[in-house]
Design a protein around this ligand. Structure first.
Ligand code: GRF
Length: 203
């Protein structure tokens, strides 16, 4: 399967996907990386891995529809079949999703449906939860609302601040995203209304 990875920043999750795709038995390759931020370090990670890296700066477009048309143009040109949002700080529209029905994934640093949106780790600390984590889900038109593919949990420790909790969650993100991509692109996990269905146990 040919993946397009959309980023806005550092791209450590992108790196996890690039590393996984470098393994002979991984069922997907990263065909291109697109950032809406020209300075995103993830672009450098892509180039170092020999992967096409493009900037589609949302600021250069008069409307969201124009921005997304340009984004889709790059992805289509690269032959992308599946889209992975990896720290991509723009909401994608239902119209964009129609180009990749059931084939857009996102990673979010909370155990959804708790703490969608920005600063999920801070939200978790403020709420006083004792277990936090991350979620990979299919993307729908809502914010962090789509059917859940996989989750990983970490403890919240008494001395945690936002940075220490985020780092603990991020380490799990790097493990979880490649696993979830594998489940999705092999069809082991499929959409089933508001949930996902597991069709095979993949070890
Ligand atoms: C991650 O915590 C991800 O879950 C969130 O944004 C962060 C991106 O980090 N959506 P990176 O750019 O992959 O390092």
């Amino acid at each position: 399967a040919r993946l397009g990875v959309l980023i806005s920043g550092g791209g450590s999750n992108l790196q996890a996907l690039l590393d996984a795709a470098g393994q002979a038995d991984f069922p997907a390759e990263v065909a291109c990386v697109v950032s809406n931020m020209p300075t995103a370090y993830g672009l450098e990670r892509a180039r170092k891995a020999g992967v096409r890296a493009e900037v589609v700066d949302h600021k250069g477009f008069a409307s969201k529809a124009d921005f997304e048309a340009a984004l889709h143009g790059v992805l289509a040109d690269a032959g992308v079949q599946w889209v992975c949002l990896a720290g991509f700080m723009r909401l994608v529209s239902a119209d964009f999703l129609k180009h990749f029905p059931g084939r857009v994934l996102n990673i979010h640093p909370s155990l959804l449906p708790a703490f969608p949106g920005l600063h999920a780790q801070r939200q978790a600390l403020e709420r006083g939860v004792k277990v936090a984590g991350c979620t990979v889900h299919f993307v729908d038109a809502g914010t962090d609302t789509g059917p859940i593919i996989a989750q990983a949990a970490v403890p919240v420790l008494a001395q945690d601040d936002e940075a220490s909790l985020s780092a603990r969650i991020l380490a799990e993100e790097h493990r979880l995203y490649p696993l979830a991509v594998r489940l999705a692109v092999t069809g082991a996990v499929t959409l089933d209304g508001m949930r996902t269905r597991v069709d095979a146990i993949v070890t």
